[in-house]
Ligand binder design. Structure first.
Ligand SMILES: [Zn+2]
Length: 297
């Protein structure tokens, strides 16, 4: 018994939640669950990680999760996928049996990753590719939804290169989401340049490119910027000097076309907003490295 109907209702409900909230979903919205045969079914069990819904008839898990820890994300990432720990040390306890049954039955599940306190990014379909009882863990890999919008179907990625590519994408998304989850609150969820406070329009911009993609998100290498300022910063149309002042490029300043441009130009010379904690503030050396690039263009 694979519970394909429960799984597809769950994935469809997550599609709707992501359309509403963006890729990361607050726990408060997840806790309401999804509709299945006129019942509300929870998406996950935060306390135990491995979850099977009581309405399921089959024996395999519906979702697994890794909550956001103070120190950070703990699952081990490999080029083949993510190594996810069993619950406790008994491979035969009911949680671990649900997880291992998902491998035996080869069913798709949801992998929820905490990207900041009380926010989760769901990855689905995820498969339990390998069961490694000796190490008390499984290898999770990522599939794809295929087909038209109303008849989407979870499928494995069979090509090894494509599969690695997908794993790489997932890692990158987790890192980006956790970076954003760390940077935005440090800036009290506003654009450092224009102070816009609409969280859906805010990004975490890297000051210098991140080489340690799987590493801990470094707030001092980030700036909370609205989409326009992020784009302008990436394109070197706007720069931030090590003294925290905003410089608008000559190209924009010399141009006079329309009110939007006036909005961009208006921030020339202002000092950016910074986090209250010293260690979170933009690192002056990194700002300097980046500012040289701005000056050179
Ligand atoms: Zn802005």
């Amino acid at each position: 018994m694979r519970d394909d109907d429960v799984r597809s209702s769950c994935f469809a409900a997550l599609d709707v939640l992501q359309a509403k909230w963006g890729p990361d979903i607050p726990y408060a919205a997840l806790v309401e669950g999804f509709n299945f045969r006129a019942r509300r079914v929870p998406f996950l069990n935060r306390a135990f990680g491995i979850y099977r819904a009581s309405g399921q008839r089959g024996p395999a898990a519906l979702s697994v999760n890794s909550s956001y820890k103070q120190d950070r994300y703990q699952d081990e990432q490999t080029p083949e996928g993510v190594l996810y720990r069993y619950q406790g040390v008994d491979p035969e306890n009911h949680f671990n049996r649900w997880l291992r049954n998902a491998h035996v039955l080869d069913v798709p599940l949801v992998y929820f990753v905490g990207t900041r306190p009380n926010w989760y990014r769901p990855f689905y379909p995820t498969f339990v590719e390998r069961d490694i009882p000796d190490e008390l863990r499984v290898l999770l890999t990522f599939g794809r939804m295929r087909g038209s919008y109303d008849e989407r179907e979870p499928v494995h990625i069979t090509d090894a290169i494509e599969r690695r590519y997908e794993v790489g994408l997932v890692k990158k998304r987790i890192h980006q989401a956790q970076f954003r989850g760390a940077v935005l609150p440090a800036y009290r969820e506003r654009c450092a340049i224009c102070r816009l406070r609409e969280v859906r329009l805010l990004d975490a911009a890297h000051i210098v490119a991140d080489t340690e993609e799987a590493g801990e998100p470094t707030i001092s290498n980030g700036l909370s910027l609205c989409s326009i300022h992020h784009r302008a910063y990436d394109e070197d149309l706007v720069g931030v000097a090590p003294d925290l002042r905003v410089h608008v490029s000559r190209r924009l300043l010399d141009d006079d076309d329309g009110p939007m441009l006036a909005v961009l130009k208006g921030f020339n010379g202002v000092t950016i907003a910074t986090p209250s904690k010293k260690v979170w503030r933009p690192n002056p050396d990194r700002l300097g490295m980046r500012f040289e690039r701005f000056l050179a263009t």
